[in-house]
Design a protein around this ligand. Structure first.
Ligand SMILES: Nc1ncnc2c1ncn2[C@@H]1O[C@H](COP(=O)(O)OP(=O)(O)OP(=O)(O)O)[C@@H](O)[C@H]1O
Ligand SMILES: [Mg+2]
Length: 286
């Protein structure tokens, strides 16, 4: 699907993306997870042919991101982090403009628009101006626009940033529906729970470098399946273990009976903290 080889992107002397290589085979939901400034948007802009890499190469469905830019643009859809809709016109008008720009056959525009407005729950909002819509509805409109030319891959940059919990869950369901109907979704997020709940495959990026890649289960297994949170010196410390038995052994040997602790499954947040070196605890192996 997507192949990235030694991708480097500099802004002046600043290296925003520092030699990323990824071979993305999944047809499902691929998550690009990392903190603010990690290089997610920069990478996505290169993948969507909006930004020319400083060096390295990108191929999408076997097409080169520079040589075959026009063909790639026909096959992908994107919703940028800072959504670019025309705010002075309606949802319907935005969708039609986008369809015309992408040369969707005129006789298909109405039926596709109807299908997408139904899927995204936009029917009642079609004649509202973007100006009058909240962030969640703007994002749904942007997704409808991005899907009008029936892309094989949809790129979503921070699809749920700034949305309330209910809107986030609705958006997750929309993304899952897209995956189930055969569209590959590549999304960036800085929410660990979003990556964990939604993505079939995840790459973790930090400081322009990929620090881990795999399914959520594979990533959790990198640091062990079980975590213990306990208090020491007024701080909460987390330690991760390969098995529940090892965690229990640690608790009986190290945590006084009258102090509180919790034993739980590890999360992507633990993986991130461990791998970026800012985790507080260590990994105990089998
Ligand atoms: N046009 C630009 N000129 C100079 N530096 C830039 C530019 N765009 C991004 N950067 C820098 O490159 C780094 C990566 O930025 P990028 O926007 O890709 O991060 P991100 O992972 O998408 O972050 P966020 O979660 O905040 O969206 C940051 O340090 C950012 O300040
Ligand atoms: Mg970004």
């Amino acid at each position: 699907m997507i192949h990235i080889d030694e991708l480097v992107i500099k802004y002046g002397d600043f290296v925003a993306v520092d030699g990323i290589s990824l071979d993305i085979q999944t047809k499902g939901i691929y998550g690009f997870l990392g903190p603010n400034g990690a290089g997610k948007t920069t990478t996505m802009r290169a993948l969507t042919t909006l930004l020319k890499p400083t060096s390295g190469s990108i191929t999408i469905q076997g097409l080169d991101a520079i040589k075959d830019m026009q063909e790639i643009r026909k096959r992908i859809g994107m919703v940028q982090q800072y959504i670019s809709l025309d705010k002075e016109i309606s949802v319907r008008e935005n969708i039609i403009c986008h369809a015309l720009l992408h040369k969707v056959p005129r006789k298909e525009i109405l039926s596709r628009m109807k299908e997408l407005s139904l899927m995204l729950g936009l029917e009642k909002y079609m004649d509202k101006l973007i100006l009058d819509l909240s962030g969640g509805w703007r994002r749904r409109t942007a997704i409808a626009c991005a899907l009008m030319h029936r892309p094989k891959i949809l790129f979503l940059d921070e699809p749920t940033a700034g949305l309330d919990t209910q809107s986030r869950h609705i958006l997750w369901d929309i993304v899952r529906d897209l995956r189930d109907s055969g569209t590959m979704v590549f999304l960036t997020t800085h929410y660990m729970d979003e990556a964990e709940a939604l993505c079939d495959h995840i790459a973790i990026i930090d400081g322009g470098k990929i620090i881990a890649e795999g399914t959520p289960v594979q990533l959790n297994n990198l640091i062990g399946k079980v975590a213990v949170d306990f208090e020491r010196g007024g701080k909460v410390i987390t330690k991760t273990f390969a098995s529940r038995d090892m965690a229990k052994e640690f608790i009986s040997e190290n945590i006084p009976e009258d102090s509180t602790y919790s034993l739980r499954k590890t999360t992507l947040e633990d993986v991130f903290l461990e791998l970026t070196g800012s985790g507080l605890g260590g990994v105990v192996d089998d």
